[in-house]
Design a binder for this molecule. Structure first.
Ligand code: SF4
Length: 95
C-alpha cells in the first residue's frame, strides 16, 4: 500500500472522530457534559420534581459540586446533566 493512501486514511479516521464529538459540545456548551437520551426517555426523566419527589432526595442521585449543580444518576449511565430538582419513574427515596 502506498504511503499517501495510508496517510489519507488516517486523516479521515481522525476527522471522523472530531466530527462525532462536535455535536455533543454544541448541544451542551461544556466539554464534560453528557446526556443519555435513551435512558432519560425510558425512565420518563423530567427537569422538575414530582410533588416532593426529586433527584436530590433519591438514592440513585450523584450530587454535583454544589447542591444546585447538575449531577449524575446511577440509573442513567453516563449522564452528567441530572438536575437535583429532576425526577424519573425510578425514584427511590433516600433512607
Ligand atoms: Fe433522579 Fe430518577 Fe436518577 Fe433518582 S433514579 S436520581 S429520580 S433520575
Amino acid at each position: 500500500m502506498n504511503k499517501n493512501r495510508t496517510l489519507r486514511r488516517d486523516f479521515l479516521k481522525i476527522g471522523g472522530a472530531v466530527v462525532a464529538v462536535i455535536p455533543l459540545l454544541a448541544i451542551s456548551g461544556r466539554a464534560d457534559a453528557a446526556t443519555n437520551a435513551a435512558m432519560r426517555t425510558s425512565l420518563k426523566y423530567q427537569n422538575k420534581p414530582n410533588g416532593d419527589q426529586k433527584c436530590s432526595g433519591c438514592v440513585q442521585f450523584v450530587p454535583g459540586k454544589t447542591p444546585k449543580a447538575m449531577g449524575g444518576c446511577n440509573a442513567i449511565a453516563g449522564d452528567t446533566e441530572i438536575s437535583p430538582d429532576g425526577y424519573c419513574i425510578a425514584f427511590a427515596k433516600k433512607g
